[in-house]
Design a protein around this ligand. Structure first.
Ligand SMILES: Cc1ncc(COP(=O)(O)O)c(C=O)c1O
Length: 374
């Protein structure tokens, strides 16, 4: 018995999120001496052959997991998803009067569009709604011919909206923020121009951001693009143009290996469907107690969002829910501050058993709530 396994909370936090215990324990074992190097990864030069080898392994496992074609570069960068909100326009804007199309389905795509407006003209593919609850039908979308790129967020972490399809943008490069659902299902990388993803939800710890970019799209950054955000500079330097977040890359490598061992994105997808299915079925069964905030086809497998007590949420009942869950060691269930209510984040490291535990509590809570109301 390791002495802490039974003390660890069931952490449904939206990120930085739970890491697999196997990964944490391996990191613990290797903390003071990584393989035969005589060094901790924390002490290792990013110019050393040891680090170069580790970085190479991380990239090759990642490429294998997502079957990334050879004409795509993979970069491990700093600056988070937010840094990429600027990097995308600065690397991809084209022409005298550049325009980019933004598909806004929640606060993260909205933030990306706001940042992009500093550098180019932003066209909203459909009007920004007051409340994010759905993805408008494709017939309502207006794409700009000749746009530099089309941008969307595959999973809106705060609003709980996930795309069940990849938008077809023809020859216009498609850019996707996959920060909260990368490596949770198989995807056809060839449909994308650029994919960006912070690691701290499904694939590692905070500090490293993954960028996958099609080769023909890089090397044409705006002259004022900070060198640290320039895809060509970073890709040519194998992600060590400057000092990378060495430990975050190491943890991410361990998570990639863990995912591969469990059966890759296919296995993660099966798990994510089972886990989110458990929560949404309780929400539907007790539909006088739990009120989902997103229309069914677009409900996220990663972040299930709902209100309790009424459609707008009853603050007291929701607080009782958080307290009750807390007593059972289930934490970080509060919705994003801009949304309120409940958000259950179920990334790759969360187990089916942990979600079963929450689903059981949700049922008991609903029965109790009904009794109190009657
Ligand atoms: C979908 C999505 N994109 C971007 C971000 C911003 O990431 P960061 O905080 O690493 O800048 C987040 C953060 O939670 C996110 O969920």
């Amino acid at each position: 018995m390791n002495g802490y396994a039974d003390k660890r909370a069931i952490n449904f936090g939206p990120g930085p999120a739970k890491l697999p215990l196997d990964v944490l324990e391996r990191a613990q074992r290797e903390l003071c001496c990584f393989e035969q190097t005589g060094l901790s990864v924390l002490e290792m030069s990013h110019r050393s052959t040891h680090y170069a080898e580790m970085n190479k392994v991380a990239e090759s496992v990642f490429r294998r997991l997502l079957s990334i074609p050879n004409n795509y570069k993979v970069m491990f960068l700093q600056g988070g998803g937010t840094g990429q909100f600027s990097a995308v326009p600065l690397n991809l804007l084209r022409g005298e009067k550049p325009v980019a199309d933004y598909i806004i389905t929640g606060n993260w795509s909205n933030k990306a569009a706001t940042e992009a407006k500093k550098y180019l003209s932003v066209n909203y593919v459909f009007p920004k709604p007051d409340k994010f609850t759905t993805i408008p039908d494709r017939s309502e979308w207006k794409l700009t011919p000749g746009a530099s790129y089309v941008y969307y967020c595959a999973n809106e972490t705060a609003h709980g909206i996930e795309f069940p399809f990849i938008p077809d943008t023809g020859d216009i490069p498609l850019v996707c923020d996959m920060s909260s659902n990368i490596l949770t299902k198989e995807i056809d990388i060839s449909k994308f121009g650029v994919i960006i993803a912070g690691a701290q939800k499904n694939i590692g710890s905070a500090g490293v951001t993954v960028v996958i970019a099609r080769e023909d799209l890089i090397g044409k950054a705006h002259p004022l693009c900070p060198i640290i955000l320039d895809y060509k500079v970073n890709a040519d330097a194998s992600s060590v143009y400057n000092t990378p977040p060495v430990y975050s890359v190491y943890i991410m490598k361990l998570v990639f290996e863990w995912i591969e061992q469990l059966g890759g994105p296919q296995a993660m997808e099966m798990n994510s469907k089972a886990k989110s299915g458990l929560i949404y079925s309780v929400v539907e069964e007790y539909n006088d107690v739990y009120f989902p905030t997103v229309e069914k086809p677009y409900r996220s497998r990663m972040n299930a969002t709902f209100r309790i007590g009424s459609r707008e949420g009853d603050a007291e009942v929701e607080q009782n829910f958080f307290s009750g869950a807390g007593k059972l060691n289930m934490i970080s269930l509060k919705g994003h501050r801009s949304v309120g209510g409940v958000r259950v984040s179920m990334y790759n490291a969360i187990t089916v058993e942990e979600v079963q535990c929450l689903a059981k509590f949700m049922k008991e809570f609903a029965v109790q709530h009904r009794q109190q109301k009657n």
